[in-house]
Design a protein around this ligand. Structure first.
Ligand code: MLT
Length: 235
């Protein structure tokens, strides 16, 4: 089993994802929020890159719920923003979310050549790693980053997942992510560029929630063929 970590999402075009498992990580906050929504009972989600696409889908399927952000804030007219705390503790009877965010949903779409895509975050990292270990296929971890740039928290989470796949053959990016994970305390991730931005916008409670590690057994899977994602059976 080979484990690679892409250090900047722009790098994804230089990797051949065919036949491999892509793991998209957006700790602050998309992949954490999707997990919270599915755990609260949302049945499935459909990530799109642009706001206009979300509105187009809603026009043809009015029952769809719209979720997402621009500049970290809820998009006017949408049902939800991109906060996991909108969902945590709630109980839905199903429902389908169309999601668009600045970095996370685009990273998922960018991974569409992969055989299967897993969405991981700190809350689900050990569960995601156990799922990947069971699959035994080559893995490319894809930190969603911040507008195309390196992201501390997403790469740290990639290092954590890589550390839970011992015996794998690690690419250079994986070795770098492992070193970051080994040397930087998790609490320090709150001071990343995106962490500080979210705090300045008043989302400190989201940050605390996103930084909780290994508290969920949910594994979020996205099917590149259909464009829909949901909790895997382990969830
Ligand atoms: C994103 O996908 O760009 C992020 O989740 C942004 C955010 O924190 O809302």
């Amino acid at each position: 089993m080979r484990v690679d970590v892409i250090l900047s999402p722009e790098e994804v075009v230089h990797h051949d994802l065919a036949g491999r498992v892509g793991v998209v990580i957006d700790v602050f906050r998309f992949t954490t929020t999707v997990l919270a929504a599915l755990e609260a009972g949302i049945e499935r989600f459909y990530p799109v890159g642009e706001v206009e696409e979300a509105w187009r889908l809603k026009a043809s399927h009015p029952k769809l719920l719209l979720a997402g952000e621009r500049n970290a804030l809820k998009i006017p007219g949408f049902d939800f923003g991109n906060s996991p705390l909108e969902h945590h503790g709630r109980r839905y009877q199903g429902g389908e979310l169309v999601f668009t965010t600045t970095n996370g949903t685009r990273a998922v779409r960018a991974a569409r050549e992969a055989a299967l895509v897993v969405l991981a975050c700190l809350r689900s990292a050990p569960a995601a790693a156990a799922y990947l270990a069971d699959l035994g296929q080559d893995v490319v971890l894809i930190p969603a980053g911040l507008e195309g740039r390196f992201s501390l928290e997403d790469t740290w989470c990639a290092g954590l997942i890589a550390s839970l796949l011992p015996g794998a053959e690690y690419g250079d990016g994986a070795k770098a992510a492992l070193a970051l994970w080994a040397h930087l305390p998790r609490e320090d991730l709150a001071q990343s560029a995106h962490g500080r931005r979210l705090q300045a916008l008043g989302f400190s409670a989201d940050l605390s929630y996103c930084l909780e590690c290994g508290v969920s057994t949910g594994v979020v899977l996205w099917d590149p063929e259909t464009g829909w994602g949901a909790l895997g059976e382990e969830g």
